[in-house]
Design a protein around this ligand. Structure first.
Ligand code: NAP
Ligand code: GLV
Length: 307
């Protein structure tokens, strides 16, 4: 019988175990405990190194999330087939969140909200969409869906990826040599990159200064991509108009952190695209069956690349 080991520290794993068991009646799903015998498949989020060491011989390991940066901090066996969530209901959520943030900024809705609280009836001059090109860093599963949604609102869209990507209607840039040109053409920057050694602290004083004056940042990827103090300095200098941040270097965000009270920073608690239990488990169960049939699956992580 197929054995599946679930390791999800910090949450009640029972609904995940029972949900996967229902979808995989031909197998046995159990919550991992130290010393368990080797299973066939692992389903994990931020497991301890002991899980990795004891379950090094798994046929595949499914990450309960799109980003695998937490796993990448561990010593992983080179032969591990690590599979991340591939959309699983997150792309649409991400598109909603990013469009909301961009439109809120573009339409100056925060200004109107403040004025409304004071009973002030005053209109701003309309802004031109052509003056607000949206640059999306990362044209993967989430970035491409966001690009499509942003295009639907008529903004010019640019995209930047590691390797060249064709994305209909998007002006694309690839590789570090194209980064400055991409940034110089961007007024609203959306970060949807994975956190890897190449992308850590990529959003810093130098790169953010390349953006068009009055630029706006939406970081929905990982907090460690951004040097937080550099963002604060560029907001204070006026080079950046504001930011919407869903992810932070240290989560939860410390109660005394400057972002909470900053008048031009919007904070949310890492909810831009939440893991949906049913969608995720259906995807994982489907992939376990595909692998058992010897078929390839999408979302396999290249361990040497880090995503
Ligand atoms: P993905 O499909 O793997 O796409 C990653 C994209 O980033 C690809 O286009 C890739 O380029 C590009 N990239 C990677 N390294 C790069 C580099 N050094 N320079 C330029 N581009 C680079 O990932 P995804 O599913 O879209 O997810 C992206 C990230 O979103 C996740 O890793 C996770 O951290 C984050 N996320 C956040 C939340 C949230 O709630 N806040 C939810 C889900 C995911 P290539 O196309 O050339 O490979
Ligand atoms: C959430 O942040 C994820 O990586 O799925």
């Amino acid at each position: 019988m197929l054995q599946v080991s679930l390791c999800y520290p910090g949450v009640d794993p029972a609904p995940w175990r029972d949900g996967l068991q229902c979808l995989l009646p031909e197998g046995r799903v159990r919550c991992w405990q130290a010393g368990d015998p080797l299973a066939d498949y692992g389903v994990v989020w931020a497991p301890p190194q002991q899980f990795v060491d004891e379950q090094a011989g798994l046929k595949a390991v499914f990450n309960i999330g799109a980003g695998v940066d937490k796993l990448m901090q561990l010593r992983l066996p080179a032969q591990w087939k690590l599979v991340r969530l591939d959309d699983a209901g997150m792309a649409l959520q991400m598109a909603e969140y990013v469009c909301h943030a961009l439109i809120r900024h573009f339409r100056e809705l925060d200004t109107y909200e403040q004025r409304a609280r004071q009973g002030e009836w005053r209109q701003q001059r309309p802004r031109s969409r052509a003056d607000f090109p949206v640059g999306i860093m990362g044209l993967g599963v989430l970035g491409q869906r966001v690009a499509q949604a942003v295009q639907g609102f008529g903004f010019p869209v640019l995209g930047w990826s590691r390797t060249p990507r064709a994305c209909p209607g998007v002006q694309t840039f690839a590789g570090s040599q194209a980064l400055d040109d991409f940034l110089a053409a961007t007024r609203m920057l959306v970060c949807l990159l994975p956190l890897t050694p190449d992308t850590r602290q990529l959003l810093n004083r130098r790169t953010l200064s390349r953006l068009r004056p009055g630029a706006y940042l939406v970081n929905v990827a990982r907090g460690a991509l951004l040097v937080e103090q550099d963002l604060l300095d560029l907001l204070d200098s006026g080079h950046l108009a504001g930011a919407t941040l869903d992810v932070f270097d240290a989560e939860p965000l410390a109660p005394c952190h400057a972002f909470w009270q900053h008048p031009r920073v919007q904070v949310t608690p890492h909810i831009s695209a939440q893991t949906l239990e049913r969608d995720s488990l259906e995807q994982i169960a489907g992939k376990i069956r595909a692998l058992e049939r010897g078929e390839p699956v999408a979302g396999v992580v290249e361990l040497t690349r880090g995503y």
